[in-house]
Design a protein around this ligand. Structure first.
Ligand code: PEP
Length: 262
Protein backbone atom coordinates (compact mmCIF):
# COMPACT_ATOMS: atom_id res chain seq x y z
CA UNK A 1 0.00 0.00 0.00
CA UNK A 2 1.39 3.46 -0.84
CA UNK A 3 2.33 5.58 2.14
CA UNK A 4 -0.10 8.45 2.89
CA UNK A 5 0.84 12.05 2.13
CA UNK A 6 0.70 14.13 5.32
CA UNK A 7 0.65 17.90 5.60
CA UNK A 8 0.34 20.17 8.59
CA UNK A 9 1.47 23.12 10.62
CA UNK A 10 2.62 23.89 14.16
CA UNK A 11 1.52 27.29 15.47
CA UNK A 12 4.28 27.28 18.13
CA UNK A 13 3.58 29.99 20.81
CA UNK A 14 1.15 31.92 18.63
CA UNK A 15 -2.61 32.46 18.52
CA UNK A 16 -5.40 32.77 21.08
CA UNK A 17 -8.04 30.03 21.38
CA UNK A 18 -10.44 32.13 19.26
CA UNK A 19 -7.84 32.59 16.51
CA UNK A 20 -6.95 28.90 16.37
CA UNK A 21 -10.63 27.88 16.35
CA UNK A 22 -11.33 30.29 13.47
CA UNK A 23 -8.34 28.91 11.54
CA UNK A 24 -9.46 25.31 12.04
CA UNK A 25 -13.05 26.01 11.12
CA UNK A 26 -12.12 27.86 7.93
CA UNK A 27 -9.58 25.24 6.94
CA UNK A 28 -12.07 22.42 7.47
CA UNK A 29 -14.71 24.26 5.47
CA UNK A 30 -12.46 25.18 2.56
CA UNK A 31 -10.13 22.22 2.03
CA UNK A 32 -11.23 18.73 1.07
CA UNK A 33 -8.08 16.59 0.97
CA UNK A 34 -7.99 14.00 -1.83
CA UNK A 35 -7.82 10.30 -0.88
CA UNK A 36 -4.47 9.32 0.61
CA UNK A 37 -3.81 12.85 1.95
CA UNK A 38 -3.99 13.61 5.68
CA UNK A 39 -3.97 17.11 7.17
CA UNK A 40 -3.13 18.25 10.67
CA UNK A 41 -2.89 21.38 12.81
CA UNK A 42 -0.88 21.72 16.03
CA UNK A 43 -2.05 24.73 18.08
CA UNK A 44 -0.76 25.74 21.52
CA UNK A 45 -2.20 23.85 24.53
CA UNK A 46 -4.47 26.77 25.42
CA UNK A 47 -6.20 26.51 22.01
CA UNK A 48 -6.77 22.75 21.99
CA UNK A 49 -10.21 22.71 23.63
CA UNK A 50 -11.50 25.54 21.41
CA UNK A 51 -10.22 23.79 18.27
CA UNK A 52 -11.70 20.45 19.33
CA UNK A 53 -15.06 22.22 19.72
CA UNK A 54 -14.94 23.02 15.98
CA UNK A 55 -14.32 19.41 15.02
CA UNK A 56 -16.96 18.28 12.52
CA UNK A 57 -19.41 15.77 14.00
CA UNK A 58 -18.09 12.21 13.64
CA UNK A 59 -14.46 13.21 14.12
CA UNK A 60 -13.62 14.33 10.56
CA UNK A 61 -11.48 17.32 9.71
CA UNK A 62 -7.72 17.69 10.02
CA UNK A 63 -6.05 15.89 12.90
CA UNK A 64 -5.45 18.11 15.93
CA UNK A 65 -2.14 17.76 17.73
CA UNK A 66 -0.48 18.95 20.93
CA UNK A 67 3.01 20.45 20.90
CA UNK A 68 4.46 18.36 23.73
CA UNK A 69 3.58 16.14 26.69
CA UNK A 70 5.18 14.74 29.83
CA UNK A 71 5.98 11.03 30.18
CA UNK A 72 4.22 10.67 33.53
CA UNK A 73 0.45 10.52 33.49
CA UNK A 74 0.00 12.71 36.59
CA UNK A 75 1.88 14.12 39.56
CA UNK A 76 4.01 16.98 40.83
CA UNK A 77 5.12 18.38 37.44
CA UNK A 78 3.99 22.00 37.47
CA UNK A 79 3.35 23.40 34.00
CA UNK A 80 3.32 20.00 32.30
CA UNK A 81 0.57 18.19 30.37
CA UNK A 82 0.10 14.42 30.26
CA UNK A 83 -1.16 11.88 27.73
CA UNK A 84 -4.43 11.23 29.63
CA UNK A 85 -5.13 14.99 29.60
CA UNK A 86 -4.66 15.09 25.83
CA UNK A 87 -6.79 11.98 25.36
CA UNK A 88 -9.55 13.53 27.46
CA UNK A 89 -9.66 16.43 24.98
CA UNK A 90 -9.77 13.96 22.07
CA UNK A 91 -6.59 15.17 20.36
CA UNK A 92 -5.22 12.91 17.62
CA UNK A 93 -1.49 13.30 17.93
CA UNK A 94 1.38 14.70 19.92
CA UNK A 95 4.47 16.42 18.54
CA UNK A 96 7.65 15.25 20.24
CA UNK A 97 11.25 16.31 19.79
CA UNK A 98 10.76 19.63 18.00
CA UNK A 99 14.14 21.38 17.74
CA UNK A 100 12.91 24.32 19.80
CA UNK A 101 12.08 21.94 22.64
CA UNK A 102 15.33 20.04 22.28
CA UNK A 103 17.04 23.46 22.44
CA UNK A 104 15.15 25.84 24.77
CA UNK A 105 13.30 23.04 26.56
CA UNK A 106 16.53 21.07 27.01
CA UNK A 107 14.91 17.82 25.96
CA UNK A 108 17.34 14.97 25.49
CA UNK A 109 17.15 11.79 23.43
CA UNK A 110 16.57 9.92 26.70
CA UNK A 111 13.64 12.07 27.90
CA UNK A 112 12.14 11.91 24.42
CA UNK A 113 12.32 8.12 24.58
CA UNK A 114 10.30 8.21 27.81
CA UNK A 115 7.73 10.45 26.13
CA UNK A 116 7.48 8.20 23.07
CA UNK A 117 6.97 5.17 25.31
CA UNK A 118 4.22 7.02 27.23
CA UNK A 119 2.53 8.21 24.02
CA UNK A 120 2.64 4.68 22.60
CA UNK A 121 1.14 3.25 25.80
CA UNK A 122 -1.65 5.85 25.55
CA UNK A 123 -2.16 4.92 21.87
CA UNK A 124 -1.59 8.53 20.76
CA UNK A 125 -0.23 9.22 17.29
CA UNK A 126 3.23 10.79 17.43
CA UNK A 127 4.94 13.19 15.07
CA UNK A 128 8.58 12.74 16.10
CA UNK A 129 11.06 15.40 14.95
CA UNK A 130 14.71 14.74 14.24
CA UNK A 131 17.34 16.98 12.69
CA UNK A 132 20.97 17.97 12.82
CA UNK A 133 22.38 21.36 13.82
CA UNK A 134 24.44 23.55 11.50
CA UNK A 135 27.58 22.43 13.35
CA UNK A 136 26.71 18.74 12.93
CA UNK A 137 26.05 19.35 9.24
CA UNK A 138 29.42 21.10 8.99
CA UNK A 139 31.19 18.09 10.49
CA UNK A 140 29.36 15.81 8.05
CA UNK A 141 27.53 13.88 10.78
CA UNK A 142 23.93 14.71 9.80
CA UNK A 143 23.03 11.08 8.97
CA UNK A 144 24.58 9.76 12.20
CA UNK A 145 22.83 12.46 14.25
CA UNK A 146 19.32 11.76 12.95
CA UNK A 147 19.86 7.99 13.19
CA UNK A 148 20.96 8.38 16.84
CA UNK A 149 17.92 10.53 17.64
CA UNK A 150 15.67 7.99 15.96
CA UNK A 151 17.23 4.91 17.57
CA UNK A 152 17.22 6.32 21.11
CA UNK A 153 13.79 7.92 20.72
CA UNK A 154 12.25 4.64 19.53
CA UNK A 155 14.15 2.39 21.94
CA UNK A 156 11.87 -0.20 23.50
CA UNK A 157 9.01 0.37 21.05
CA UNK A 158 7.76 -2.43 18.88
CA UNK A 159 6.18 -2.80 15.47
CA UNK A 160 2.66 -2.49 16.89
CA UNK A 161 3.27 1.25 17.41
CA UNK A 162 4.41 1.97 13.85
CA UNK A 163 0.98 2.73 12.29
CA UNK A 164 0.72 5.62 14.76
CA UNK A 165 4.21 7.00 14.11
CA UNK A 166 5.30 9.68 11.67
CA UNK A 167 8.77 11.22 11.51
CA UNK A 168 9.54 14.84 10.63
CA UNK A 169 13.05 15.54 9.37
CA UNK A 170 13.68 19.18 10.33
CA UNK A 171 17.28 20.36 10.01
CA UNK A 172 17.83 22.80 12.88
CA UNK A 173 19.74 25.15 10.54
CA UNK A 174 16.69 25.45 8.29
CA UNK A 175 13.73 26.06 10.62
CA UNK A 176 12.28 29.33 11.80
CA UNK A 177 12.94 32.97 10.94
CA UNK A 178 16.74 32.66 11.05
CA UNK A 179 16.79 29.43 9.05
CA UNK A 180 18.46 28.85 5.69
CA UNK A 181 16.17 27.04 3.27
CA UNK A 182 17.46 23.56 2.49
CA UNK A 183 17.82 22.27 -1.06
CA UNK A 184 16.16 18.99 -2.04
CA UNK A 185 19.69 17.64 -2.42
CA UNK A 186 20.28 18.22 1.32
CA UNK A 187 17.08 16.41 2.26
CA UNK A 188 17.16 13.36 -0.05
CA UNK A 189 20.11 11.50 1.54
CA UNK A 190 18.92 12.13 5.10
CA UNK A 191 15.37 11.00 4.33
CA UNK A 192 16.78 7.87 2.68
CA UNK A 193 19.00 7.25 5.71
CA UNK A 194 16.02 7.62 8.06
CA UNK A 195 14.04 5.16 5.92
CA UNK A 196 16.94 2.66 6.00
CA UNK A 197 17.35 3.10 9.77
CA UNK A 198 13.64 2.41 10.33
CA UNK A 199 13.80 -0.67 8.10
CA UNK A 200 16.92 -1.97 9.88
CA UNK A 201 15.25 -1.50 13.25
CA UNK A 202 11.73 -2.79 12.48
CA UNK A 203 11.99 -4.77 9.22
CA UNK A 204 9.68 -4.09 6.25
CA UNK A 205 7.04 -2.40 8.46
CA UNK A 206 9.64 0.27 9.29
CA UNK A 207 9.72 1.30 5.62
CA UNK A 208 6.03 2.21 5.77
CA UNK A 209 6.49 4.95 8.40
CA UNK A 210 5.75 8.34 6.78
CA UNK A 211 8.71 10.77 6.73
CA UNK A 212 7.83 14.47 6.44
CA UNK A 213 10.18 17.31 5.64
CA UNK A 214 10.05 20.63 7.52
CA UNK A 215 12.14 23.80 7.48
CA UNK A 216 11.42 27.12 5.67
CA UNK A 217 8.95 25.45 3.29
CA UNK A 218 7.03 27.89 1.05
CA UNK A 219 4.72 27.54 -1.97
CA UNK A 220 7.79 28.22 -4.13
CA UNK A 221 10.04 25.44 -2.82
CA UNK A 222 7.51 22.79 -1.68
CA UNK A 223 7.56 20.94 -5.00
CA UNK A 224 11.25 20.11 -4.79
CA UNK A 225 10.81 18.33 -1.45
CA UNK A 226 7.67 16.34 -2.20
CA UNK A 227 9.17 14.92 -5.41
CA UNK A 228 11.81 13.09 -3.33
CA UNK A 229 11.07 9.36 -3.09
CA UNK A 230 11.47 9.18 0.70
CA UNK A 231 9.49 12.32 1.56
CA UNK A 232 5.83 11.61 2.36
CA UNK A 233 4.65 15.05 3.37
CA UNK A 234 5.49 18.49 4.72
CA UNK A 235 5.56 19.97 8.19
CA UNK A 236 5.29 23.73 7.74
CA UNK A 237 5.70 26.63 10.15
CA UNK A 238 5.43 30.30 9.18
CA UNK A 239 4.18 29.84 5.63
CA UNK A 240 1.06 27.96 6.83
CA UNK A 241 0.01 30.19 9.72
CA UNK A 242 -2.85 31.69 7.70
CA UNK A 243 -5.49 29.56 6.02
CA UNK A 244 -4.54 31.07 2.65
CA UNK A 245 -0.89 30.25 3.27
CA UNK A 246 -1.74 26.70 4.37
CA UNK A 247 -3.82 26.17 1.23
CA UNK A 248 -1.14 27.66 -1.06
CA UNK A 249 1.67 25.44 0.22
CA UNK A 250 -0.59 22.38 0.19
CA UNK A 251 -1.74 23.09 -3.38
CA UNK A 252 1.83 23.50 -4.63
CA UNK A 253 2.85 20.30 -2.88
CA UNK A 254 -0.06 18.23 -4.21
CA UNK A 255 0.40 19.34 -7.83
CA UNK A 256 4.07 18.34 -7.72
CA UNK A 257 3.39 15.16 -5.81
CA UNK A 258 0.76 13.89 -8.24
CA UNK A 259 2.97 14.72 -11.25
CA UNK A 260 6.00 13.00 -9.74
CA UNK A 261 4.15 9.76 -8.87
CA UNK A 262 2.60 9.26 -12.37
C1 PEP B 1 9.40 24.46 12.33
O1 PEP B 1 9.87 25.26 13.15
O2 PEP B 1 9.11 23.30 12.65
C2 PEP B 1 9.21 24.90 10.96
C3 PEP B 1 9.03 24.00 10.02
O3 PEP B 1 9.19 26.25 10.80
P1 PEP B 1 9.33 27.09 9.45
O4 PEP B 1 8.52 26.41 8.37
O5 PEP B 1 8.79 28.42 9.80
O6 PEP B 1 10.77 27.10 9.11
Amino acid sequence: MPRPFLFGTNFKMNQTPAESARFYEELTRSVEPPPGVGLFVIPPFTSLAAVMDRRPPGGGGPWVGAQNMHWESEGAYTGEISAPMLLALGVDLVLLGHAERRGHGQETDETLNKKLLAAAAARLRVLFCVGETAAEKGYGVGPETVARQLKIGLHGLDEEFLPRLQIAYEPVWSIGAGGTPAAPGDVAPIAAHLRATLAARFGPAGSDVPILYGGSVTPANAAGFVRLPDVDGLFVGRAAWTVDGYRDVLAAALVARVASRR
